[in-house]
Design a protein around this ligand. Structure first.
Ligand code: DP6
Length: 361
C-alpha cells in the first residue's frame, strides 16, 4: 500500500432504486446461498422516490468494518453482510488514485476496513423492498470502491446473497431473476429483459397503507411457507414457470391486459400461499383488500384493464397504470375512496417511472 500519509480516505457513493416483483419470489431451496424455488420478474423503480444511497469509505485508519443505516450504527456480524463483504473483497483489484497519491494493491484489500453509510428515502422493512435496494447498493458501491471488474450478472449473484430480491435491483427496466440449477448458485443471477426506456407509458403509483415495520419478515415468512404450505409446491412447479414465459411475452409486446392479469393473479397467489402457511401469515389488511376491490371493479367496467396491482410482504399497494392519463384518474379515485382524513391509515402516494441504476459516485 503506497501513500504519502496514512491519513487518506477513499470514498464512493452510489444510489440504487428498489424493485417491485410482478412475478414473485417466495421460497428458498438453499437458505444460506439464497437460492429460490422459482424464477421471478420485477420492475425497477425511479430512484428519486424509493432508493438507497450508500457511501463506502476505506482508510488505513479504520480498525474494523462498520455500518450506519439511516444514521444509526448497525451490526455487520450477520451472515448476509459478511458474505457480501467477503465475496466483493475476494474479487477486488488494484486501485490507484494519482491525485491523492493512493495505491492499493489487490492483496491489501484483505487487511483494509470499510465504513458504510446507507440511507433509505422510504420506510425500512415495511414491505417496500428496502433490503432489495439496500444490498444492491452495498454490493455495487463496494465493487466500485474495490475496482471489481466482473459484470453486472456476477455482481447480482453477490447481491443475491445479501437479500434475494436485491439481485434484481442491479438493473433498470424489467428484470428476471433466473433461479438457476447449480448447487453453488453461480447460475442464479439477474438478467435485464428490457431497459428502462421500454414501455415508458407505464406509471407506478404506490399507496402507502402503512409504513410500520411488518411483523413477519420475508425471510422467516417464506421459510415457514416452504415448510408448511402445499400450495407453494404447486405454485413453484406448475404455475410460475408458465407465468414467467407469458409475462416475458407481455412485456416484450407491451401487452397491458396480459401484464395486468398475470401481475394481479401472481400477487393474489403469493398471498394465498401466505394464508396456506401454518400459522397463516397476513401481510395485507382491510385497506389493501379495499384497494384490490376498487381496481377490480374499475378494470371490469372498462373494455380492458387500466391498472395492475401487486402487494409484497406488507399492506402497501403497488399500482401500475397503463399510462399517465390513467395514473391521474387512479390518484383521483384513491383520494375519493381513501380521503386523507378517513379512518384508514392510507398516508401518501408516490409516483415513479421505471428507471436505471444511477451512480452518483
Ligand atoms: C414478497 O428478498 O426480502 O418481496 O431473500 O430472505 O432477503 P430474502 O427475502 P426478500 O423477499 C422478497 C419477497 C417479495 C417478493 C419479491 O420481491 O420477489
Amino acid at each position: 500500500m503506497a501513500c504519502e500519509s496514512e491519513k487518506w480516505v477513499l470514498m464512493v457513493t452510489a444510489q440504487t432504486p428498489t424493485n417491485i416483483a410482478v412475478i414473485k419470489y417466495w421460497g428458498k431451496r438453499d437458505e444460506s446461498l439464497i437460492l429460490p424455488i422459482n424464477d421471478s420478474i420485477s420492475v425497477t423503480l425511479d430512484p428519486e422516490h424509493l432508493c438507497t444511497t450508500t457511501t463506502v469509505a476505506v482508510s488505513p485508519r479504520f480498525d474494523q468494518d462498520r455500518m450506519w443505516l439511516n444514521g444509526r450504527e448497525i451490526s455487520l456480524s450477520g451472515g448476509r453482510y459478511q458474505r457480501c463483504l467477503r465475496e466483493i473483497r475476494s474479487r477486488a483489484s488494484d486501485v490507484e488514485d494519482e491525485k491523492k497519491g493512493i495505491k492499493i494493491a489487490k492483496k491489501d484489500w484483505e487487511n483494509l476496513h470499510v465504513h458504510i453509510a446507507s440511507y433509505n428515502n422510504f420506510p425500512t422493512a415495511a414491505g417496500l423492498a428496502s433490503s432489495a435496494a439496500g444490498f444492491a447498493c452495498l454490493v455495487f458501491s463496494l465493487a466500485k470502491l474495490m475496482n471489481v471488474k466482473e459484470d453486472q450478472g456476477k455482481l447480482s449473484a453477490v447481491a443475491r446473497q445479501g437479500s434475494g430480491s436485491a439481485c434484481r435491483s442491479l438493473y433498470g427496466g424489467f428484470v428476471k431473476w433466473i433461479m438457476g440449477k447449480h448447487d453453488d448458485g453461480s447460475d442464479s443471477i439477474a438478467v435485464q429483459l428490457a431497459d428502462e426506456k421500454h414501455w415508458d407509458d407505464l406509471v407506478i403509483v404506490i399507496a402507502v397503507v402503512s409504513s410500520r415495520q411488518k411483523e413477519t419478515s420475508s425471510t422467516s415468512g417464506m421459510r415457514e411457507s416452504v415448510e408448511t404450505s402445499m400450495l407453494i409446491k404447486h405454485r413453484a412447479k406448475e404455475v410460475v414457470p408458465k407465468r414467467i414465459v407469458d409475462m416475458e411475452e407481455a412485456i416484450k409486446n407491451r401487452d397491458f391486459p396480459s401484464f395486468a392479469h398475470l401481475a394481479c393473479a401472481d400477487s393474489n397467489q403469493f398471498h394465498a400461499v401466505c394464508l396456506d402457511t401454518c400459522p397463516p401469515i397476513f401481510y395485507m389488511n382491510d385497506t389493501s383488500h379495499r384497494i384490490i376491490g376498487c381496481v377490480e371493479k374499475w378494470n371490469r367496467s372498462e373494455e380492458s384493464p387500466q391498472v395492475a396491482y401487486t402487494f409484497d410482504a406488507g399492506p402497501n399497494a403497488v399500482l401500475i397504470a397503463r399510462n399517465r392519463k390513467v395514473a391521474a384518474s387512479l390518484l383521483q379515485r384513491l383520494l375519493f375512496h381513501f380521503p386523507p382524513s378517513s379512518d384508514t391509515d392510507l398516508s401518501s402516494y408516490v409516483i415513479g417511472d421505471k428507471s436505471i441504476l444511477q451512480d452518483v459516485g
